[in-house]
Structure formats: structure tokens, C-alpha cells
Design a protein around this ligand. Structure first.
Ligand code: KG4
Ligand code: ZN
Length: 372
């Protein structure tokens, strides 16, 4: 059984081909390609949906060629076609889903619409033994640029969302604060790089802990914004005024960027300490809420996925917190944390095992929920 999957939910075009072995030895990734569009959107200060969909149209056929050549397989030899059907940008989702549906219809093979969040949620299990029972009961923290969710996973296809952000996603907070500081996009890796060696206790930033299992990160972002002038840093002007989809910009070279640089040049630990303090505030909340959920539901496995889970410090601290309580901890490799098609192909392979039927008539849904 060999599946080809496309992922085009936002601004990455990705195609992967994954084969399930007959001996349950785990899936073999035959090819995986991701074409990033960051450069195409930078000058507009955010992801422009029309440019994203035009680029998906341009890149997807090239990636189909590259992945099938790398996998040494013809399109007609594939057993199923899958695509992300939501959540995401409608005009982006449409491209990947239409291509996968066209191929499925053309070659008379099944089409599987896959939820992007399920792709992330299953990614920590990628590469393990190829059995759907491997997806055992766990508390799953999904932390990306668009989502922050705590999911109680009972088994494959049996999920319960027990917590979510009520405002910004964790990755969105990283991106917005990075932008305030005049750093590049995506902000998470930029902040992590500078946080290295910084003092996470130098700045006392708020940890929002709503009584529910929900998250809230907008107060933290605002606290950074108010802190900056007090420490002599002029925040980048247009931070946070636009929604995430229009907030992927690079800083403009204005007067404030010189003043920012001047403040950081005066105190070379300022930026590092600020990044470390901000990163630690996010980590404290994510770790506390995830551990509390695992305890509440008496689950002994914790998993983490999504772009923010590339953050080494988050993984280290979450792993340590799990070790202290005797919970097993699983995370995906970095290349599987950010958006990719291998996780979509993996979800498709697992779903095919459950007797999932072809769904060529299923529409994309930009607001697709993990649990329907
Ligand atoms: O999963 P992803 O690629 O896309 C979405 O589904 O949103 O996640 C992208 C997000 C961005 O907000 C980016 O800043 C964040 O993941 N991110 C990180 C790191 N690497 C990526 N956040 C913190 N630390 C990182 N090392
Ligand atoms: Zn994602």
C-alpha cells in the first residue's frame, strides 16, 4: 500500500509518498518535499491568499514530478491519494485537494481528505510500528502558528479537544513578539536562537493560567509591548495590528528600528534575556497545562507536535516534567513538526487500515474541526 499526499493548507506546498510494509515494520518514506513560500509573501507583510494559491499551482506539479522520480514510482502505481482538507486558507486547501481528487478519479483510486491537525497529532508516532493500536491513549499538545490545542487521544480517530487557546496561538505569540523586536519571520526560531544563553528570569512576564484547560497568550504579548519602552526599546510599529494571516512580515527600516538596534547594542544581553524570558513564559504555561491534563485524565503518555514543538527548550522541559511524574514523552523529529505532507500521508495510511472509504465528493473546509 503506497499513498501520495499533498499538504497546501497555508503557504507551504508539500508532497510526500509513503509506503506501508507488509510485515508491519513501519512505513517507509519514499519521498517528501516541501516548497516554502516565505520569500514570496515577505514584501507584503503577510501571507497573501491569492499568491499562496498561485504558488501552490506552480509548485505542486513540480513536487509531484520530483517525489515520484525520487520514489521511482509512477502515479498509476499509487494505491491512494490524500490531501489536507482543512483547516487552512480556502484558496490554498483547494489546490492540494483538487489535485489529489483529480488523480484519484483519473486512476480509479481512493481519495482521503485529511485534517491538518490530525496530521500534526499523529506525527510523534511517525516511523514507529505500523499498527493503528500504536496510537494509544495520550494527551497531545498541538502547538503551531495557527493552533494551540490540548487533545485527549483515546485511540486513532477517537479524539476529544480538552483545551484550546482563547486568543493567540503559541506560534502566533512568538511571531508577533519577534516582529515587535524587529526579528524575521517565522519568529519562533529567531527568538529561540537569541534566547540561547539568555537569562529567563531577568524580565517578569505574566503566565496566564485560566482555570479551565484553555490557554491565553495575548496578555503576554501585550506585556512585552508595554515592557519595551521601559527598557529603552521602541517596538516595531505595526506589530499585532493584523490577523496572523497578514502578520508574517519582516520589519521595515524605520526610525524605530534604529532606536531598537541602539538599545540592544548598548546592552548586549538585553535581547537575549528578553527572548529567554518570553520563551520561558510560554514554556511554563504549555508545560503546566499539559501535565495537569495528563494527571486529570490519568494518561501516562504525553505527545507534542506542530511548529512550536521544534523548540528545543520546550521539548527539554516537557520531557523533564514528564520524567518526574513517570509519564512517557514523545515528540516528532523537527522536519515533521512544521507543515509537511509526510504527516498527512501517515494519517492517510493509518486511516486506510480502518477501512476508510474514498471521499471524492468531500469539500475542503477552512474551519474544519478536529472532532466533528
Ligand atoms: O506547524 P507550523 O509549521 O504551521 C502551522 O500549522 O501554523 O508552525 C509554524 C509556527 C510559527 O508560528 C513558528 O514561529 C513556530 O511554528 N516555530 C517555532 C519554532 N519553529 C517554528 N516556535 C518556537 N520555537 C521554534 N524553534
Ligand atoms: Zn500546521
Amino acid at each position: 500500500m503506497t499513498v501520495l499526499a499533498l499538504e497546501t493548507s497555508c503557504d507551504e506546498t508539500a508532497v510526500a509518498i509513503l509506503r506501508r510494509g507488509d510485515d508491519h515494520s513501519g512505513p517507509e518514506l519514499l519521498a517528501s518535499e516541501v516548497a516554502s513560500q516565505i520569500a514570496a509573501h515577505e514584501r507584503y507583510g503577510g501571507v497573501v491568499p491569492e499568491i499562496a494559491s498561485r504558488n501552490h499551482l506552480l509548485y505542486a506539479p513540480r513536487l509531484l514530478d520530483r517525489t515520484t522520480s525520487a520514489a521511482k514510482i509512477g502515479l498509476s502505481d499509487l494505491d491512494a491519494f490524500a490531501a489536507t482538507s482543512g483547516p487552512g486558507l480556502a484558496s490554498s486547501l483547494m489546490i492540494g485537494a483538487s489535485i489529489a481528487k483529480g488523480l484519484a478519479i483519473g486512476f480509479g483510486k481512493p481519495y482521503l481528505p485529511i485534517n491538518h491537525l490530525e496530521g500534526h497529532l499523529l506525527s510523534p508516532f511517525f516511523g514507529g510500528e505500523d499498527r493503528d493500536e500504536q496510537i494509544r491513549s495520550n494527551i497531545s499538545l498541538i502547538v503551531s502558528g495557527g493552533h494551540t490545542l490540548l487533545v485527549r487521544v483515546h485511540a486513532l480517530c477517537d479524539y476529544e479537544v480538552v483545551g484550546r487557546t482563547v486568543d493567540d496561538a503559541a506560534g502566533e505569540a512568538f511571531d508577533k513578539v519577534a516582529k515587535m523586536l524587529g526579528l524575521g519571520y517565522p519568529g519562533g526560531p529567531e527568538i529561540e536562537k537569541r534566547a540561547h544563553g539568555g537569562d529567563p528570569k531577568r524580565f517578569d512576564l505574566p503566565r496566564s493560567m485560566p482555570a479551565s484547560q484553555n490557554f491565553s497568550f495575548s496578555g503576554l504579548k501585550t506585556a512585552v509591548r508595554y515592557l519595551l519602552p521601559k527598557i529603552g526599546v521602541i517596538p516595531n510599529k505595526d506589530e499585532g495590528s493584523r490577523s496572523r494571516n497578514l502578520d508574517h512580515g519582516v520589519p521595515t527600516r524605520d526610525q524605530s528600528s534604529y532606536e531598537r538596534s541602539f538599545a540592544f547594542a548598548q546592552d548586549d544581553t538585553l535581547l537575549r534575556d528578553l527572548c529567554a524570558s518570553f520563551q520561558q513564559a510560554i514554556i511554563d504555561v504549555l508545560v503546566a497545562k499539559t501535565i495537569a491534563s495528563a494527571q486529570k485524565y490519568d494518561v501516562n503518555l504525553v505527545t507534542v507536535s506542530g511548529g512550536v514543538s521544534c523548540n528545543e527548550e520546550l521539548r527539554r522541559q516537557l520531557r523533564e516534567a514528564c520524567d518526574r511524574r513517570g509519564f512517557e514523552f514523545k515528540s516528532a523529529e523537527n522536519w515533521l513538526c512544521t507543515d509537511n505532507a509526510a504527516m498527512i500521508a501517515f494519517a492517510a495510511l493509518l486511516r486506510l487500515r480502518t477501512g476508510f472509504k474514498s471521499k471524492v465528493t468531500e469539500e475542503i473546509d477552512p474551519n474544519l474541526a478536529l472532532v466533528r
